[in-house]
Ligand binder design. Sequence first.
Ligand SMILES: [Zn+2]
Length: 217
Amino acid sequence: MTCLSFPPSAPESELRLAILECGQVCYARHLMTSNDGNISVRIDESRVLITPAGLCKGRMDADDLLIVDLDGNVLASANDRRPSSETPMHLEVYKQRPDVRAVIHAHPIFATALTVAGLDFPDDILPEVALTLGNVPVSEYATPSSREDADVIRPLIRDYDALLLRQHGSLTVGRNLDEALIHLERIEHVAEVFHHARQLGNVARIPPEELRKLSKK
Ligand SMILES: [Zn+2]
C-alpha cells in the first residue's frame, strides 16, 4: 500500500516516507520544478513535519525533513536544515483546519499560467470538477517568501481544499497526502485541458442547470 494515504494513526516514520514519495511524484509530474514547492503533514495537535528550504523535493532523505510547532519554531532538524520561507502558509492551514493533516504547495505549470494570464479557474468545463472540487479561487498577489503568503490564504482556506496563488502556484490540502495530491493533479489536468481547448479555438462551458445536477450528486 502506498504511504500517501496514511491513516490518522500512522507513526512519524511513515509520515516521513509519505512526504518523500509525494515529493518524488510532484517532481516527476512537473508539479514542482527545481527546488520549488513544499509539503507538510500534521504529526499531532502541536507539531508539523515539513520539507526544508533549498532542496529539490524529488531528491530528499527522510532526515532532511524538519519538525516545527504551529508558531514556526524548529523543534527538530536531523540534517540541520532551515524551514522553507513558505512554512507560515502551511501553518495557517493547520491553525484554521483541524480536519486537515496534509498540505502541498506546488508550482504546477498550466494552473499557474492561468493566474499569470489573469484568468479564473475554469470550474465549468469538465463534469468531474463539479463533482469534486467545485470552484477554485485565486488568491491576492503576495510578495514571495514573505509572511504575505499566509495573509493571502487566510480568508480562503477555511472554505476550500484547493486554491491558486496569484502568479505563484497552488495550495491543496487533505486528510492525508493522497487527497491533497489528487486535488493538485485535478487542478493541473483541468488547467491543461482548458489551455488546449483555447488553442483549438473554442471552450464549451457546461450549462448552469447541468452543473447544478452534478453538484447534487
Ligand atoms: Zn512557492
